[in-house]
Ligand binder design. Structure first.
Ligand SMILES: C[S@@+](CC[C@H](N)C(=O)[O-])C[C@H]1O[C@@H](n2cnc3c(N)ncnc32)[C@H](O)[C@@H]1O
Length: 207
């Protein structure tokens, strides 16, 4: 583990506690991408679905038919907001405070996993995706929606400088999905532009 790792996790909890009351006004802008990503995941109503780094639960609107939903997030204020949204929607969600890099679930617990705007936020995205792989049943699917550097590309100076600010505020903009994926045995079966000239992508992975 990198020496700064515990500090970065604490920073995430602190800043997302600060953002929780206004989060929906910003992240609500991604409704189209959420709908598309969950349509690609195509969870059957009885499948066990896990939302990792679930935030205030903006994805719940697209998972109304699910009967076995679990959502985890590092930030208690986010989990509280998600639980309130679930109650408002009449959805039974097992919502827990948990670190995405150390999931407290047995191996092969879930059929499908939602990873929206989280791989670019956690300090160690490989640890996060490896945990998702572990808790996923064989043949299970993962949908990823996030901002990535194109596979194989190197960030220019402007993007590296911009990333200093982006990381301070919320998120890393210079991660490559292929690099994160290479550390697992998950297979990418679909990848599409999700806006801003390919800056945002939606990918479907299978175990
Ligand atoms: C950009 S928000 C995305 C929230 C939600 N997935 C969405 O699409 O709106 C990032 C979320 O990741 C959570 N988070 C950050 N580090 C985490 C970690 N190590 N484990 C679990 N959640 C984490 C934050 O608390 C925040 O709710």
């Amino acid at each position: 583990m990198a020496p700064l790792h515990p500090l970065l996790t604490r920073l995430n909890r602190w800043r997302y506690t600060l953002y929780a009351p206004i989060y929906d006004r910003v992240a609500g802008a991604f409704a189209r991408q959420r709908r598309r990503a969950i349509a690609l995941l195509a969870p059957q109503p009885d499948e066990r679905v896990l939302i990792v780094g679930a935030g205030t639960g903006l994805d719940l609107d697209y998972l109304l038919a699910q009967r076995a939903l679990t959502a985890i997030d590092l930030t208690p204020a986010m989990v509280d907001a998600l639980a309130a949204r679930a109650a408002h929607l009449g959805l039974a969600v097992d919502a827990r405070v948990m670190d995405a890099e150390a999931l407290a679930f047995p191996d092969e617990s879930f059929d499908a996993v939602v990873l929206h705007l989280i791989l670019a936020v956690v300090p160690d995205p490989v640890a996060c995706l490896s945990e998702v792989e572990r808790v996923l049943k064989p043949g299970g699917r993962v949908v990823v929606f996030d901002k990535f550097l194109p596979d194989g590309a190197r960030p220019g100076l402007a993007r590296r400088l911009l990333n200093l600010i982006a990381r301070l505020v919320a998120t890393d903009i210079n991660r490559r999905l292929a690099d994160i994926l290479a550390a697992t045995r998950l297979t990418k079966i679909h990848d599409e532009d999700a806006g801003f000239g390919g800056f945002f992508r939606i990918a479907l992975l299978r175990k």
